[in-house]
Design a protein around this ligand. Sequence first.
Ligand SMILES: [Zn+2]
Length: 213
Amino acid sequence: MKITRFSFNAFQELTYVLWDETSGECAIIDPGCYYRRECEVLDNFISNNKLTVKHLLLTHLHLDHYFGAPYLSRTYGVPVSASQADDFLLNLMPMQADMYGTPLPEAPIATGRYLQEGDTIYVGNEPIEVLHVPGHSKGSLAYYLPQSGCVFCGDALFEGSIGRTDLPGGDYEELLNAVRTRLFTLPADTVAYPGHGGDTTIGEEMRSNPFFQ
Ligand SMILES: [Zn+2]
């Protein structure tokens, strides 16, 4: 799988496009594109590489990961895929947008496809396994690609840190436990792509992440 990363919006959120050259299929993870020009950057990437958008995958429903979801869902005719446990965050999003001073570019839309632990989806022939890693939000998901040896962990785990747990539905102990049982059980050389900041590996975080020492 090819992986291309974009940094979007005031939160410097990372949007990933996973694409398969053979089939031309792709998945977009956490479409944080906020400004018109950010959406154009993503649109141009998709059209320049002649990609078909198969999946619009959300690790969780915080606004910085979601800004571009209504636009992309409509443009490419794919549902937003996310956990049902994060549905309540859609109603809170306009209020949070006010709080952060970043008005939503579009109103949130209903999640079209619910994903949960144990689900497998495909881009081309390559499986993507869905992991439930709650604690940053109730419905936080990670997307694991065993063949490519990488995991997209949203805001559950960062290089040297973990996601904040003071937002609605957050729970510190739940997050530590979920990272230990869902992410730290993956092979140590698995590359972890977070929602903000640098890449890391599962092994490196097990060794040096201060929250797990
Ligand atoms: Zn978040």
